[in-house]
Design a protein around this ligand. Structure first.
Ligand SMILES: Nc1ncnc2c1ncn2[C@@H]1O[C@H](COP(=O)(O)OP(=O)(O)OP(=O)(O)O)[C@@H](O)[C@H]1O
Ligand SMILES: [Mg+2]
Length: 277
């Protein structure tokens, strides 16, 4: 569990980046952290990982104040995938990149091999295992970052814009895998994204930051189903949610369900004797 209590943070004196942040991310949560560019999403997760420390307030991880922690102290608990994949590349091959964390942890070699091969497989990187990481495409580097985090089996994963650079199939495979990890193993997922369709499909909860403050906390359905002007927060309402609002039918998971929901009101509104659909 990660708790932020009355957090204030600034990189430079006099320019607040995070103000009065209070939130709790419980075990097994799937939370989307949202907000316009520069709203403070990456900064907040850097505090969760002890990459930076708040100027005031507390971050608790599993009840422990992490004020004196370094990132390595949390490596067992939290896997972090950076927004910029180049910042995370350390090794000469894709395989060694994924094996890096387990080796630092001094896992037995057969466990390392099993973890690495599984992580490469689920991220679709097995065929690239001997490649030089820096020469991968942007999307492949994103998947490599996720694979490296997965190889350590963390209880919590913080994923900063990982679906960027993926095609639709790669994106769906990645998200379905994370969903299964969350549902079956109870891994907590904190996902930073600008893709609202992913949010409505996969997140259980959203936290919206605007200018360094939390302006909304709730389910995706509550976020997209409210009449709130999401543009002010730098968010785009998914098309299906817009249609739901327009036609006054409950928010639904996909277009097929949406059409079913719509069929009732449309049939009722159809002129006598006319076929509505
Ligand atoms: N290392 C840094 N030094 C100084 N200011 C920084 C630094 N990193 C970020 N900032 C500033 O802090 C604010 C919050 O940035 P942050 O990267 O957390 O936003 P974000 O919500 O992740 O944005 P994006 O969606 O563009 O990734 C911005 O005003 C940014 O310019
Ligand atoms: Mg960011």
């Amino acid at each position: 569990m990660i708790e932020a209590k009355n957090i204030n943070f600034a990189y430079r004196r006099g320019i607040p980046v995070l103000t009065d942040i209070n939130c709790t991310i419980g075990n097994g949560g799937f939370v989307a952290l949202l907000g316009h560019n520069g709203s403070g999403k990456t900064t907040l997760t850097r505090l969760f990982m002890a990459l930076d420390h708040p100027r005031s307030g507390q971050i608790l991880v599993d009840g422990e104040d992490i004020v004196h922690y370094e990132p390595a102290d949390l490596a067992d608990k939290i896997g972090y995938v950076f927004q910029n994949p180049d910042l995370q590349l350390l090794a000469d091959t894709v395989y060694e990149e994924v094996a890096y964390g387990p080796r630092v942890k001094k896992l037995p070699e057969e466990n390392i091999r099993a973890n690495v091969e599984e992580a490469l497989r689920v991220m679709g990187l097995t065929k690239l295992k001997d490649r030089y990481p820096r020469l991968l495409s942007f999307g492949q580097k994103r998947r490599l970052g996720v694979a490296a985090a997965l190889a350590l089996n963390p209880r919590t994963l913080i994923l900063d814009e990982i679906t960027n650079g993926q095609d639709a199939a790669e994106q769906a495979a990645m998200m379905e895998y994370l969903k299964a990890l969350n549902e079956e193993k109870g891994t907590t997922i904190i996902l930073i994204t600008h893709d609202m369709d992913i949010v409505r499909r996969y997140a259980k909860r959203t936290i919206v930051l605007c200018d360094g403050r939390i302006v909304f906390e709730g389910t995706p359905a509550a976020l997209f189903g409210s009449g709130e002007d999401l543009k002010e927060w730098g968010l785009r309402r998914p098309v299906v949610s817009t249609l739901s609002l327009e036609f006054g039918v409950p928010d639904v998971a996909g277009c097929a369900e949406f059409c079913d929901e719509l069929a009732g009101p449309l049939a009722a509104a159809a002129p006598e004797g006319g076929a509505a659909l």
